[in-house]
Design a protein around this ligand. Structure first.
Ligand SMILES: *Cc1c(COP(=O)(O)O)cnc(C)c1O
Length: 379
């Protein structure tokens, strides 16, 4: 294990982040808020093409606040894509509501409109209170927003768009994060850009964004003393983190190109391997290719599984990871209702995320490809 580690997706700073952070130090805008928070919020709103953004401590916090603002509570139901990271779904549980998990479809790997429709119809028949739909643009690939938004409108349910992995992706020419009533972003360390940890809530609804800022700073009423008439949260982003974010925004387009180049590299280098497939970009979708994922079908690959590949990479100090394990298969959500045909479970069983950082060198990519190909020739 003396080979240098190749990470799945590690932070990649540009050239200006330290300048912004130094400015925060020089002006003693270390905490809590400050001009970088305002600047970062403007950068985000402009990039996504929406009116307003609230910079927060994480993407999970942003989903939590979005659901609080939509009035989600005990007895309510929230429809959430099953094939996602737990941060999408945990806030439903924080609020004592019931998550209903919706399976994926094959074209985008994201929320299946047919399964969503079935869930909406059945819950309506049962007279349940459905408060939100959470579609996710997983690995940067846009979900089928056209159909999802039509169903949301038909059933009168707001959409909270989880664009945590999709900053820089577009769908029918518009930025991911611009479709839902509210959208959330994440700047966790493994995302396409990072503030070391952070997130944002974006919306065209100024009132909601203002309310998110209010709730994220302990819901303080206007008064000289501390006065609270509703429950607040400590979820605001600091001015130092926002400074990193402003620097990262300057290199975001470049990061998208670098991630997409990784994907092309892997596709060219691995496409001839039997049973190995990539997720193509459907017409009208542009993915930031945050992570490059492969599917390995052992009935076509001569018995090679994604696990054989993962273990071989691990032996050479290369990090890879199975695709996200669907939420309806997680012990924490065992009893939650699920609608679907098993597509996401199949993706999880056969899928592997390859090292995809924008800071990978050609030598790194060659090393990964070498081991994947060697897994096949060894059998
Ligand atoms: C990372 C992520 C989140 C949560 O973001 P954090 O900033 O880590 O809290 C939510 N949803 C998805 C799909 C994510 O990938």
């Amino acid at each position: 294990m003396n080979k240098p580690k190749i990470w799945l997706s590690s932070p990649h700073m540009g050239t200006r982040e330290q300048e912004f952070v130094r400015e925060a130090f020089d002006t003693n805008w270390i905490a809590p808020l400050g001009p970088h928070v305002d600047g970062f919020e403007q950068d985000l709103a402009q990039f996504v093409g929406l009116g307003h953004a609230a910079a927060l401590s994480s993407g999970t916090a942003a989903i939590h606040l979005a659901l609080v603002m939509l009035g989600v509570g005990p007895g309510d139901y929230v429809l959430c894509q099953s094939f996602t990271f737990s941060g999408s779904a945990n806030p439903i549980a924080y609020l004592g509501a019931t998550p209903v998990f919706i399976d994926s479809e094959k074209q985008s790997w994201n929320m299946c409109p047919a399964a969503l429709e079935q869930a909406l119809e059945e819950l309506k028949q049962q007279g349940k209170s459905v408060k939100a739909i959470i579609p996710v643009h997983l690995y940067g690939m846009p979900a089928r927003m056209h159909e999802i938004l039509a169903l949301a409108q038909q059933y009168g349910v707001p959409v909270v768009e989880d664009a945590a992995e999709a900053l820089g992706s577009t769908y029918e020419g518009k930025a991911c994060g611009s479709f839902g009533e509210i959208a959330i972003l994440s700047f966790n360390g493994n995302k396409i850009i990072t503030t070391s940890g952070g997130g944002a809530l974006v919306s065209n609804n100024e009132e909601w964004v203002r309310k998110a800022r209010f709730l994220s700073t302990q819901a303080r009423d206007q008064a000289p003393h501390y006065q609270h008439s509703q429950i607040g949260y400590n979820y605001r982003m600091s001015n130092v983190c926002a400074g990193i974010g402003r620097g990262q925004m300057l290199v975001l387009p470049e990061r998208v190109q670098q991630r997409r180049a990784n994907h092309s590299y892997y596709e060219n280098a691995l496409a001839d391997l039997p049973g190995v497939t990539f997720l193509p970009e459907p017409a009208g979708s542009f993915s930031n290719r945050w992570l490059t994922c492969i599917q390995v079908d052992p009935t076509l690959s001569g018995g090679v599984t994604r696990e054989h590949i993962r273990l071989r990479l691990e032996q050479d100090n290369i990090e890879s990871r199975p695709l996200w394990k669907p939420m309806h298969l997680q012990p924490i959500f065992e009893s939650a209702p699920f609608y679907g045909d098993g597509s996401s479970e199949h993706l999880f069983e056969q899928g592997l995320c390859l090292p995809s950082g924008s800071n990978l060198s050609t030598a790194d990519l060659e090393r990964v490809v070498h081991h994947i190909r060697a897994t096949f020739s060894a059998r």
